[in-house]
Design a protein around this ligand. Structure first.
Ligand code: G3H
Ligand code: 13P
Ligand code: ZN
Length: 333
């Protein structure tokens, strides 16, 4: 049993309370390799932002949970080496799907876990989330629950169509489970294809597809039921057109990739939404940069020569999110 406090990590409690009060959101960036982690930490240190490092089931399968935990511990030391005296770094399990998995993460030093029972019948979601909360809270590990289903694929749970969170359920869910934050469904979804082109309209000024707005009325109703309660948005990548264009220019094939407009995320960040999950945008930045090097320097075979530019591009992206979308810069305690 390793407690996250020994590793220099923090849970989300204080961070979220400050974010709600201050009208900004904490970035929750997924990571599964060293370059992503370096870019996240550099961006967080340089902007003086708290940050949540997220480990998904896919990341655990790819990179090994133990290794990722030690990488997060290393990240705390790296942040200090970069000049941050008191980094605020959370190591969070993204989309935990069982009590056993959440327990194993708590036991090995994660400071926060998500138990995603959103695909279960309501009472089963309540029971599972409550069980995880009871275990995690013994070690002061914070827990994120989820109500409502996002369209697309949530790990192995495939949801063809989303079901918005029912605001009538949130008080009962939060009270009975004791969860520390709640992920809700208001029209975001995972991946780079969040909307079908036929759902969008063309912006006459840019010629780009504009998706339908998020269901802010659902968010407002949730906030009315649970004033001051930390809300989480998954599936919040914006799918920057510049990366899609770059990928396609250098031999890729991404058709009609559409994300969440940044102005909608800016609006959400000012509300009780205090954690915004971003993974796909970092994948796009990395892929675009690697493809560019491969296309322009076909003789290159030193991984540092293409992973280095990929790391730089991700750092730029993370800083942009912190400074221009979430507003979490200069918010270290
Ligand atoms: O929730 C989805 C995240 O983007 C993680 O995806 O399971 O492919 O690592 P992944
Ligand atoms: P994106 O696919 O929009 O980046 O969402 C990531 C996410 O929600 C991780 O849990
Ligand atoms: Zn998610």
């Amino acid at each position: 049993m390793v407690n996250y406090k020994e590793l220099g990590l923090v849970n989300t409690r204080d961070m979220f309370a400050r974010a709600i009060k201050g009208g900004y959101a904490i970035p929750a960036f997924n990571f599964n390799n060293m370059e992503q982690l370096q870019a996240i930490i550099k961006a967080a240190v340089e902007t003086k932002s708290p940050v949540i490092l997220q480990v998904s089931k896919g990341a655990r399968n790819y990179a090994n949970q133990t290794l990722l935990r030690y990488m997060a511990e290393g990240a705390v030391e790296y942040a200090k080496e970069l000049g941050c005296e008191k980094p605020e770094i959370v190591l969070h399990l993204d989309h935990g799907d069982s009590f056993e998995l959440c327990k194993s993460c708590v036991d090995m030093g994660f400071s926060s876990v998500m138990i995603d029972g959103s695909h279960l019948p309501y009472e089963e979601n309540v029971a599972l989330t409550k069980k995880v909360v009871e275990y995690a809270h013994q070690y002061d590990v914070t827990v994120e629950g989820e109500l409502g289903v996002l369209a697309g694929v949530e790990d192995e749970v495939s949801a063809e169509h989303h079901t918005y969170t029912n605001p009538e359920e949130v008080i009962d869910f939060a009270t009975r489970t004791g969860c520390d934050s709640l992920a809700i469904s208001i029209g975001t979804s995972h991946g780079a294809y969040k909307f079908k082109p036929e759902q969008c309209h063309v912006d006459p000024a840019t010629g780009r597809l504009v998706p339908p707005p998020l269901a802010f009325e659902v968010l407002d109703a949730v906030m009315e039921k649970l004033p001051g309660f930390p809300i989480v948005l998954h599936g919040s990548s914006s799918v920057p057109q510049e990366y899609v264009d770059m990928i396609n220019q250098y031999g890729g094939k991404l058709e009609a990739a559409i994300g969440i407009p940044e102005d909608e995320l800016r609006k959400a960040a000012k509300s009780a939404v205090c954690k915004i999950n971003i993974d796909s945008d970092s994948r796009l930045a990395m892929t675009a940069a690697v493809r560019k090097v491969f296309a322009e320097k076909p003789a290159e075979f030193d991984p540092r020569k293409y992973l280095g530019p990929a790391r730089d591009e991700m750092e730029k992206l993370y800083k942009h999110k912190i400074l221009n979308v979430l507003g979490s810069n200069d918010k270290l305690a």
